[in-house]
Write a protein that binds this ligand. Structure first.
Ligand SMILES: CC(C)(COP(=O)(O)OP(=O)(O)OC[C@H]1O[C@@H](n2cnc3c(N)ncnc32)[C@H](O)[C@@H]1OP(=O)(O)O)[C@@H](O)C(=O)NCCC(=O)NCCS
Length: 363
């Protein structure tokens, strides 16, 4: 991808032809340290709460005619390569592009799934640079630079273009899948199927949450079909809670829990007895009445629907609060045809990443 981007750029002639990139060696350290200190005040940066001594990280160096022209430092963790710093001695001469390409090629060679980095909210030039080279903007941490400043007080208050520096922006380049953002449901489905495991006869949908990349894909896959179409997400404990909160956050709407009989749930409540579930157990389901305002469009999120007992219970609670169930987002759809027909007739849209028949057989 990056190599395609480079190939598509105009021919910059001798400047780029003279440029070489290689892994840094210990003998590069004094020159590397000078470049990093010049750029960052000291060879130390703070990103996503982590303090990095750049001189201890692996690096790529760019040279033009044997002279150091730029440095990229990185860190590898959890199938991912983080670009911790990237600096061109003279910007606008192709050094950044060459360094980025080297890091991406290295990540590919190692079979990593993602190249990512953080920049600050003022760094519009870097944002342009990265996005023109295929990286995608996937996260914002408001106030993270203000916190970093407590560790490194020399981080300026004001940055490029006079913009106050407060926030961290995350950009990424995915290497494991083609454009997971354009087709979020397919990407979510692929991530889920890849991570899905049976464990001691049970579907271990919790295990997915240990993988942050797959979780992001799955949450987008669950959420995006309902963007702008719901006001509230509800979910039944326990597994529904973790997914439901993440989906609500992705959609930027409220989350309202539906609790079983045990556990604190203060304030005015509605409660019902649900029909027996797939284990033959009946559950009391409770909701805080204030969570749903009459007229709210409600999305129910769950990992799996089999008998539909808890779905029916949640549906009834939502209706009794005056809300309207408009969507059901599931990892796995195993619902009986009768329930599917009932939801269809009521205008409730079902979005499931997979049908149960697509899962590998239980061990
Ligand atoms: C961000 C940074 C690393 C980019 O590196 P760079 O060497 O300037 O990047 P390049 O020269 O490869 O590309 C920059 C632009 O110059 C253009 N360019 C590159 N070589 C060129 C040449 N010989 N003639 C004319 N234009 C050229 C590129 O097309 C590119 O334009 P585009 O972004 O519109 O595509 C660099 O600007 C930098 O060191 N910034 C300060 C530190 C920093 O902010 N780091 C990032 C922190 S997250």
């Amino acid at each position: 991808m990056i190599s395609d981007v480079i190939a598509a750029q105009p021919d910059y002639g001798a400047d780029v032809a003279n440029l070489t990139v290689r892994a840094a060696t210990p003998t590069d350290l004094p020159a590397v340290q000078r470049v990093l200190t010049n750029s960052w005040g000291m060879p130390m940066v703070v990103g996503h709460g982590v303090q990095y001594d750049l001189t201890t990280l692996p690096a790529f160096v760019a040279e033009r005619d044997g002279v150091l022209a730029g440095v990229l430092t990185y860190s590898i963790d959890n199938d991912q390569l983080e670009i911790v710093s990237i600096d061109a001695v003279s910007p606008g001469e192709g050094v950044g592009t060459a360094l980025l390409a080297a890091a991406v090629a290295d990540a590919r060679r190692r079979g990593l799934r993602r190249v990512w980095l953080i920049t600050t909210n003022d760094n519009l030039d870097a944002l342009r640079f990265y996005q023109r080279r295929g990286l995608r903007l996937v996260g914002v941490r408001p106030g993270a630079v203000d916190l970093a400043r407590q560790i490194k007080p020399s981080i300026p208050e004001t940055g490029s273009y006079g913009i106050p520096i407060h926030d961290e922006l995350t950009l990424e380049l995915r290497l494991d899948t083609e454009d997971p953002y354009r087709h979020p449901v397919q990407a979510g489905r692929a991530a889920f199927l890849q991570r899905f495991r049976w464990c001691e006869g049970h579907a271990d949908t919790w295990a997915l949450l240990r993988d942050p990349i797959a979780t992001s894909d799955v949450v987008r896959g669950l959420a995006y079909p309902f963007l702008g179409a719901v006001d509230v997400v509800v979910a039944t404990e326990a597994r529904g809670f973790s997914l439901g909160c993440l989906v609500a956050r992705e959609l930027g709407v409220a989350f309202v829990p539906i609790r079983k009989a045990e556990g604190a749930l203060p304030g005015e409540k509605l409660q019902i007895e649900a029909a027996p579930n797939w284990r033959g157990r009946r559950h009391t389901l409770r909701i805080q009445r204030a969570g749903i305002t009459p007229g709210h469009r409600v999305l129910l999120v769950d990992d799996w629907v089999e008998t539909g007992a808890s779905l029916h219970g949640a549906w009834e609670l939502v209706s009794r609060c005056g809300g309207r169930l408009t969507g059901v987002a599931l990892l796995v759809d195993q619902m009986p045809d009768a329930l599917r027909g009932e939801l269809e007739r009521a205008g409730v849209r079902v979005g499931a990443l997979v049908n149960s028949g697509e899962l590998p057989p239980a061990l």
